[in-house]
Design a protein around this ligand. Structure first.
Ligand SMILES: Cc1cc2nc3c(=O)[nH]c(=O)nc-3n(C[C@H](O)[C@H](O)[C@H](O)COP(=O)(O)OP(=O)(O)OC[C@H]3O[C@@H](n4cnc5c(N)ncnc54)[C@H](O)[C@@H]3O)c2cc1C
Length: 487
């Protein structure tokens, strides 16, 4: 009977895995090299401002609630959230502002009033992306793609029979063109590729299921901010008997006769019955499994994009902005070509601005706002980041001034910056890529590492670098799959 398990890393995938295994009755230890839990889901404080420094768009909260219910707890005793009425404000250079309302009918009305497309076009699109999601969810997202037994189910048969509907042979851009003619709507829906760090001009239209998650299911705000998710999950894990070890870098996964038998931490060898790695799979092989042959084809797939973020404590309150705002680039092709082919950022990138103080009281001092600015960046390929950050900062300020008539001159009270090298060093993400392998090819779903090791018995993987992919919902699903295949 299995008794003990070590989880390497306390990202959202590691936390969910620890809770699920504790609920199975295992004694779980989580080792985290940082001094805090959560990985990319992190917060920081500066000059009276609080920032969620990583994920900010919160979707599919039921996947978090599920961790409490399967542990026999009431999620509302740990964690509160609500649905945003206006999920996003989308700004375009022609001065249009399109509101993404949570109320689908209201958003359809917005589409009809502000674009050349109609409500019906939008509803046809919504039905199509919902169909895609339903076909793909159980086959690709909630189950392992790498176990033969999963291919002989009714669901997979239905999925395969309807393969043409998932549009794997069109690009996202081409998929969106089937429904929309308005360039602003196309740009808006193409942007969802960036939720997984991919290029909508080449990534398969299958990814158009993402708007289903955001537009149809809604966008949520966590009471006290995104980091409240981490705090609640750590509390739940501890209530379930999980022990956390911070400042504890796992140096090696110990093996005997091709079985994982423990970990080495700070020179100390500790035995476990099973090991789950939430470390980026690229580094797990590179750093922790010295004697194991690397699955090079999977590990060497092109990586997703990264980010440059500015965390600004801003003096003043700006009613024209909501919690989530996007200022679109004038020329989307130029933007994507720069990131995905040129390994740089163009001079007019799209700029995402998240202001949690609009919804979370206390995130900024009275009369101020906490601005989290995010620009998509290429992953690390030896660029001069100092030059790129300096140029991008100047371009972002100019864009905010031009599109919103807001000058931030002398009004940025505090500043923190995150670059692709920071993503690599802080979270051990290969090449500073935020979302693991990119989803830019038709085969990318099949070219992610499985949630288990084919070579080392007793070793499992969760998190954004493995199946089914990155983003909080997918990482939570990786732990759900682990739960199904763990033995
Ligand atoms: C700026 C930014 C914005 C984002 N926006 C969104 C968003 O709006 N919505 C969304 O859903 N997702 C978003 N994401 C993506 C999302 O944050 C990630 O996909 C997800 O949090 C990754 O979780 P993970 O389980 O892969 O673990 P990670 O967060 O990658 O954490 C892995 C952990 O393992 C630890 N570790 C690694 N190696 C070792 C070792 N050897 N020993 C001990 N510890 C180790 C690391 O220190 C780290 O804490 C964003 C990410 C970033 C950076």
């Amino acid at each position: 009977m299995l008794k003990t398990c070590a989880v390497i890393g306390s990202g959202i995938g590691g936390l969910a895995a620890a809770i699920r295994l504790a609920a199975k009755g295992l004694k779980v230890d989580v080792f985290e090299t940082n001094t805090y839990p959560g990985g990319k889901l992190r917060e920081s404080y500066s000059g009276g401002f609080r920032f969620d420094t990583g994920p900010s768009v919160f979707t599919m909260p039921h996947l978090i609630d599920e961790l409490f219910t399967l542990s026999g707890k009431n999620p509302r005793d740990y964690f509160q959230y609500s649905r945003l009425d206006t999920a996003f404000k989308y700004f375009f250079e022609d001065r249009t502002c399109i509101h993404l309302y949570s109320d689908v009918e209201r958003f359809a009305q917005e589409v009809e009033e502000k674009t050349i497309d109609s409500k019906d076009d939008f509803y046809r699109f919504l039905r199509d992306v919902e169909d895609k999601y339903n076909l793909i969810n159980e086959v690709f997202i909630e189950n392992s793609l790498h176990l033969v037994r999963n291919y002989f189910t009714r669901r997979v048969a239905v999925g395969l029979a309807n393969f043409n509907k998932i549009d794997a042979f069109k690009t996202m851009e081409e998929g969106n063109r089937k429904f929309f003619r308005d360039p602003r709507l196309l740009q808006l829906f193409n942007k969802y590729a960036l939720y997984v760090g991919s290029n909508p001009l080449v990534a398969p239209a299958t990814l158009n299921l993402i708007p289903h998650l955001v537009v149809k299911n809604g966008t949520y705000v966590a009471e006290h901010g995104m980091y409240a998710i981490v705090k609640a999950l750590v509390k739940l894990a501890e209530d379930m008997g999980v022990t956390f070890h911070f400042n504890s870098f796992v140096e090696e996964i110990l093996m005997k006769d091709k079985n994982a038998i423990g970990v080495r931490v700070k020179g100390r060898e500790i035995n476990y019955d099973r090991i789950v790695s939430n470390m980026d799979v690229y580094y797990t092989y590179d750093k922790l499994l010295p004697g194991v042959k690397k699955p090079k084809r999977l590990l060497n797939q092109p990586k997703s994009s990264s980010i440059i973020s500015f965390y600004w404590g801003v003096q003043g309150v700006h009613p024209q902005l909501g919690m989530h705002n996007m200022l679109f680039a004038k020329n989307e092709r130029e933007e994507y070509d720069a990131v995905f082919s040129g390994n740089t950022i163009c001079d007019d990138p799209s700029v995402y601005i998240c202001i949690t103080s609009k919804q979370v009281p206390g995130d900024a001092p009275e009369g101020c706002e906490n601005w989290f600015i995010l620009v998509t960046a290429p992953n690390e390929q030896g660029q001069d980041w100092e030059e790129i950050v300096k140029r991008t900062r100047k371009n972002v300020l100019a864009k905010i001034n031009r599109m919103l008539s807001i000058s931030l001159d002398g009004r940025i009270l505090t500043e923190e910056i995150m670059t692709p090298p920071d993503v690599r060093t802080r979270y051990w993400s290969a090449f500073g890529a935020v979302f693991g392998n990119s989803s830019n090819s038709k085969m990318s779903a099949f070219l992610r590492h499985p949630n288990f090791s084919r070579q080392v018995k007793g070793l499992y993987f969760v998190g954004g670098s493995v199946h089914p992919g990155a983003g909080i919902p997918m990482c939570l699903n990786s732990a759900k799959i682990l739960d199904k295949i763990f033995k």
